[in-house]
Design a protein around this ligand. Structure first.
Ligand SMILES: [Zn+2]
Ligand SMILES: [Zn+2]
Ligand SMILES: [Zn+2]
Length: 163
């Protein structure tokens, strides 16, 4: 691929493909050539897309957290690198169950803790690591673009009385 196929995001310095209108890492709109408008305010120029739902947001609707843009609905979603948190629990078995449900639904799930100790739990309810990790929250992540669907599956499953 040629060098010109990529450009740098002016907000997060992430790599953006040349034909992309926004940065997939932070939601910054990278195309200056066109004006796009807020999904909720058709006359307000959009400054970014929500990295979770990809909806266009104007200055009034956009919330920036740790350099990334969110809509109001998704401002509370926790993201680490290119992953979004769909479920967490102090009970590793619950997290393991949610992981297997999302796995079988075709999502690309990781279970880990991005905490300062960067201990990575890759699953397995009764391993040495899982016993060491008992006092920490087991966190279930999916790639950011899969969050909306994965969160819905997870919620439907919880609403059915499973956790
Ligand atoms: Zn960016
Ligand atoms: Zn959103
Ligand atoms: Zn707006």
């Amino acid at each position: 691929m040629e060098l010109s196929a990529y450009k740098r995001c002016t907000n997060c310095d992430g790599e953006v493909t040349g034909d992309s209108d926004f940065c997939p890492h932070c939601g910054q709109i990278t195309s200056e050539a066109i004006s796009v408008f807020c999904a909720r305010h058709p006359t307000a120029v959009a400054v970014a897309v929500c990295i979770i739902c990809r909806q266009l947001v104007c200055r009034a609707c956009a919330l920036q957290k740790r350099g990334r843009w969110f809509c109001r609905d998704h401002a509370a979603v926790r993201v680490e690198q290119d992953w979004a948190l769909v479920f967490e629990s102090p009970d590793i078995n619950d997290a393991e169950l949610v992981k297997s449900i999302l796995d079988s639904a075709g999502f690309h799930v990781v279970v880990r803790n991005f905490g300062p100790n960067t201990a990575v739990w890759e699953g397995g309810g009764d391993s040495l690591f899982s016993r060491q990790a008992l006092n920490r929250l087991a966190k279930v992540f999916v790639p950011i673009p899969e969050y909306v669907e994965a969160e819905r599956s997870c919620r439907e499953w919880k609403d059915a009385g499973n956790v």
